[in-house]
Design a binder for this molecule. Structure first.
Ligand code: ADP
Length: 524
């Protein structure tokens, strides 16, 4: 407010007997009455208009002198006037204001409008005697129309969804008579809506379920709204098609009411196809497991039985080399050399294959295993090769786990063996073994500073016979990591490789911590 503006003090207005610095309260009131767009009028105990404002006169389309002193009956049809008289009398008698929406013809606008009418009692100035009613009518036509429009469009949307849904949507009354049956329901059950509307829900249930459903349903109904939440859970049920066929279904039931009457709506999905797929998948899984076992057994038997004749071949070619080598010419000696070498390689291959198939076919001994002891044995076994390449081995303390000590020693043997084998030329191998706790499992890592592994192959190297190098570059059969993977799988863990920060690789594998939940391979 600017410095020169006139100071105007507005005292709080308190009714009754209010005071205001704006002047005469009656003048203020008249101003409000004249300015408001709401129709305001008062009637005396005989129903005669004793006060009317401009907005009300516009609704009636008459000047004040034609209205004051008259009653509703002078302007409105007798039935409407009588209804208003009854309402006014009720308000006077109870003393409590009422609020109602009413529709009147608006003379100035020339159309019917809806008013929210608040009717209350006014009292004589001197005492408590009621003088009549005073009505405040606010034009709410636009709001009412907007609400109706909203309801219409949401109803249209709702029926659109119901019609389009591929799930069955079925509504019943409290006696389980079908009131709504959408297209999805027609397709699933094979009945047309016309056939089942009004029929009992029993029609859609298999015989044995009917009675149970009826009593349970009725009991639940009696339990009322508190039950509604539990009803909203998805239930597994059986449905019965028109042709008598039974099918598995999932259903969610909700409770609502329409004009005070309870309604139950079920959204039901036919899960026949899903069940069939699940069963098919389960069958395939079993089939796969069976053929895997067969294959493992075959590999085991084959490699086991191959050992014997191979041993004979190896022994005899070696004998030939030793005893008759000096009698033969160079070419013959070279051929025998190749045969000896080939037999040795094949023995290596078969030994590795046997080791791999043993992991799958043999019962796993499950005991408490101290990984420090396992690692100690492995390091001793690898001592010679470690010395040859001047390797440095660092081992942090490892945990105790539940498992098969022999199988777990194969994991360390292969991982550390590889770390020593795949070192960079002229760089002495450095191998570090660590364990970290992650949730309810241990993560054990074997890190080297070797030639590293192209991340593109980090999955494939765990497959049988997969190698990234020739035998001439690095000896090996390509089975070691497959054994590791199989052992770790059987122990309920995972194994993978990551590039080491500088040079080399980090192989990590997990094992369930002792006391944590049983792992999948635990019963083997
Ligand atoms: P093998 O060692 O007999 O070749 P593996 O199954 O143990 O068979 O390993 C598969 C391949 O993975 C190896 O041929 C090699 O290419 C790669 N590899 C395994 N470990 C390492 C490692 N520590 N560093 C680099 N490459 C490795």
């Amino acid at each position: 407010m600017g410095p020169g503006a006139p100071q105007q003090v507005l005292e709080p207005v308190a009714a009754p007997g209010w005071r205001t610095s704006l002047g005469d309260p009656v003048a203020v009131l008249s101003h409000i009455l004249a300015a408001t767009p709401d129709a305001i009028f008062a009637k005396d105990m005989q129903g005669r208009f004793v006060l009317v404002n401009q907005a009300f006169l516009e609704v009636l389309g008459r000047p004040a002198d034609e209205v004051l002193g008259r009653t509703d009956a002078d302007f409105l049809p007798p039935a409407v006037a009588a209804a208003l008289r009854t309402r006014d009398a009720a308000v006077v008698m109870s003393g409590t204001p009422t609020q109602r929406e009413e529709t009147f013809f608006h003379a100035r606008l020339g159309e019917r409008r809806t008013f929210l009418c608040t009717t209350s009692v006014w009292r004589q100035q001197d005492g408590t005697e009621p003088g009549g009613v005073i009505v405040h009518a606010a034009d709410v036509t636009d709001r009412v129309q907007a609400t109706a429009e909203l309801r219409r469009s949401s109803e249209a949307m709702y029926s659109g969804i119901v019609a389009l849904a591929s799930d069955a949507i079925i509504t019943t009354d409290e006696h389980q008579n079908i009131l709504l049956f959408n297209r999805g329901a027609e397709e699933i059950f094979g009945y047309s809506a016309a056939e089942v509307l009004g029929a009992p829900l029993d029609t859609l249930l298999p015989e044995p379920a009917r009675e149970a459903h009826r009593t349970k349903h009725m009991r639940e109904f009696a339990q009322g709204a508190a039950h509604a939440r539990r009803m909203a859970e998805r239930l597994q049920v059986q449905g019965r098609r028109k042709n008598g066929e039974l099918f598995p279904a999932e259903v969610t039931v909700s409770r609502s009411s329409s004009a005070g009457a309870p309604r139950f709506s079920a959204i039901l999905r036919d899960v026949t196809e899903r069940r069939r797929l699940e069963e098919e998948m389960e069958r395939q899984r079993e089939e796969l497991a069976r053929s895997n076992t067969e294959l493992e057994q075959f590999a085991y038997v084959a490699s086991h039985d191959l050992q014997e004749p191979l041993r004979a071949v190896a022994a005899h070619t070696q004998l030939l080399q030793e005893r008759y080598g000096s009698h033969l010419d160079d070419r013959a000696r070279r051929h025998i050399g190749h045969a000896v070498e080939g037999a040795r390689r094949m023995q290596g291959l078969i030994n590795d294959l046997l080791a791999l198939s043993r992991v799958g076919t043999h019962q796993r001994e499950s005991t408490r295993v101290d990984l420090n002891a396992v690692l100690g044995d492995v390091i001793r076994a690898l001592d010679l090769s470690a010395q040859e390449c001047e390797a440095m081995l660092r081992c942090a303390p490892l945990p105790e786990v539940e498992g098969d000590a022999v199988q777990l020693s194969h994991v360390f043997l292969n991982l550390i063996g590889n770390a020593l084998k795949f070192h960079r030329p002229d760089v002495a191998p450095k191998v570090t073994v660590r364990a970290e706790r992650g949730g309810d499992e241990w993560v054990i890592s074997v890190q080297d500073n070797g030639i590293g592994i192209d991340p593109a192959f980090s999955d494939r190297i765990f497959e049988v016979f997969k190698r990234l190098h020739t035998r001439e570059e690095y000896p090996g059969t390509g089975i070691g990591l497959s054994i590791c993977k199989k052992v770790i799988d059987r122990h309920g863990g995972r194994i993978w490789v990551e590039p080491a920060p500088d040079h080399g690789s980090i192989f990590r594998f997990t094992l369930p911590a002792v006391g944590a939940a049983a792992h999948p391979g635990g019963d083997r």
